[in-house]
Design a protein around this ligand. Sequence first.
Ligand code: NAD
Length: 295
Amino acid sequence: MRIAFIGLGNMGAPMARNLIKAGHQLNLFDLNKSVLAELAELGGQISSSPRDAAQHSELVITMLPAAAHVRGVYLSEDGVLAGVKAGTPVVDCSTIDPQTARDVAAAAAKQGVDLADAPVSGGTGGAAAGTLTFMVGASADLFATLQPVLAQMGRNIVHCGEVGTGQIAKICNNLLLGISMIGVSEAMALGNALGIDTKVLAGIINSSTGRCWSSDTYNPWPGIIETAPASRGYTGGFGAELMLKDLGLATEAARQAHQPVILGAVAQQLYQAMSLRGEGGKDFSAIVEGYRKPE
Ligand code: NAD
């Protein structure tokens, strides 16, 4: 199938590589020329704009940083909607607010184009391994069309409901993740300060009622989980800046729904302070450093 892939960053590039490996022809667009050159070597075609990429494709996929980029890439003069043919399925995998997803889908629908939101979880490791979870907001027909292609980049392809519901699932999950990482950080730092071996403490938590992914898979304390960013200087994971963005999406959606997210708001402020200290580029589990004396 000929697929337009727009937004080839930390997530998009490995996702596109998996589609090339699966035998698809890709029309590629990104502002970063070096990633385009790298993927062209694997057989992808470089396009001159989102419009150009979409015009000649049977499916369009986008993976962009935030809502402003999504609006720009879809709605501008040289955007996807200026090029895409009626009836072409379109899916945006960026993490953005549900309302922008619905607005862009409404603009697409006016010209006979069905658009899904399908944010992912699983990080850059999952993107490379093709094991992402896709949370898909789409009509039943569009979900059925997209499912086989998304399955070439992911392991769990979940239909959450109509357009926008994928983003709702994603921001609720990341709200909880941002909070749970802070909870685990507090517990680990308190245990350390009171004098228990942190490995023993983590072992107890991970077989007791405090167990959660932030503790048993991604523990923020260095040396507990070998594969976690904490054990490699908080590099190469999910940046605190992206967590801050997702908590902003959650608190804003909550404001619109008149719904309290008290711990989410506190978590947002803690990651905001981390960003102010110039540490937004570190993995979000480095939030634990706020609870430790510098070495
Ligand atoms: P990234 O910043 O690495 O990549 C974004 C890419 O989009 C860049 O290559 C950039 O050049 C390109 N881009 C920006 N504006 C553009 C435009 N107008 N036209 C074309 N290309 C443009 O970000 P990422 O880590 O790949 O994340 C993408 C999305 O996935 C974000 O919404 C993020 O929240 C979400 N996400 C990231 C992770 C992760 O672990 N990194 C995990 C799950 C979800």
